[in-house]
Ligand binder design. Structure first.
Ligand SMILES: [Zn+2]
Length: 277
């Protein structure tokens, strides 16, 4: 009897889940203002069935984006920003927020990838100035044996100075693993090859490629993908409005000028991404 009950449980749970998903969908259709919600169909990685995900349509950025200096410098609270949404736990390793448009593009890309047996887990999404400063400070203390310039350069191999990270904008994601070696064999290689073939068509580009063609700045990061249709607008604003003096309020910030942070790091991206229109 116990065995019988146990064998019935998964089906009962599944039916119950389906019931709630259906109920949820019906309620959403009938009770919500259709202008403020959008339902996106995604594949449930556990049950291999299609489920609906809700995202706030009201968060779609307007055609004329209201970009500010504080925003591109990461000095804002994305949790309370109406253009940001929380990533579903199915696709994230922790609590992660992204710009609405970016998340929508990511879900569409995931749906296509799933059909090719590729799964994405977002390890990092939006980080504001204060979160980037915590990363910077931890590494600054770690490399205290080095002279100031080498100390900063060591951190800058893979981490940005606060106020210079593309992660501030909600447009950039780190996928699956923070080790390049993961993407060199097996499942990781398959995932990377899939991204190389398909990500651009969803707006995502690897911005920290190898440096063979003279790209400056951060080392290669096979995990870091940027939604360029939006990020290119933020970079354009950044280059027109931000000066090195705006990069401040953390240890070592006075080195930003000598290290050509804006020229070589913020703009240290492939030419095809620079030219994106
Ligand atoms: Zn990253």
């Amino acid at each position: 009897m116990i065995e019988h009950l146990i064998s019935l449980r998964p089906m009962a749970c599944y039916k119950m889940k389906l019931f709630f998903i259906s109920l949820y969908f019906i309620l959403l259709q009938t009770s919500c203002n259709s202008k403020s919600k959008e339902i996106l169909s995604v594949l449930d990685t556990n049950t291999k069935t299609e489920v609906k995900t809700k995202i706030e349509k009201s968060n779609i950025p307007k055609d004329t984006l209201n970009i500010t200096s504080d925003f591109v410098l990461g000095k804002f609270n994305y949790q309370s920003d109406s253009t940001f949404v929380k990533v579903d736990s199915r696709y994230s390793a922790k609590e992660i927020y992204l710009n609405y448009t970016v998340y929508k593009a990511f879900l569409e890309m995931s749906q296509k990838a799933k059909k090719d047996s590729i799964d994405f887990k977002i390890i990092s999404g939006t980080r504001n100035f204060y979160e980037q400063k915590a990363i910077w400070n931890r590494k600054w203390n770690l490399y205290s044996n080095l002279n100031p310039i080498d100390r900063a350069k060591k951190i800058l191999e893979y981490s940005s100075m606060p106020s210079t990270s593309r992660h501030h904008w909600g447009t950039d994601i780190d996928l699956n693993s923070l080790n390049n070696s993961y993407f060199n064999t097996g499942k990781g290689l398959k995932t990377y090859q899939w991204l190389q073939s398909h990500a651009n068509s969803f707006g995502f580009y690897q911005v920290y490629t190898n440096k063979n063609n003279g790209r400056t700045g951060y080392n290669e990061e096979k995990w870091h993908w940027s939604f360029v249709p939006l990020a290119s607008k933020y970079l354009e604003f950044y280059n027109s409005n931000i000066k090195t003096e705006d990069i401040s309020e953390f240890e070592g910030s006075h080195l930003a000028k000598d290290l050509r942070i804006i020229e070589d790091y913020v703009n240290g991206i492939p030419n095809e991404v620079k030219r994106y229109k």
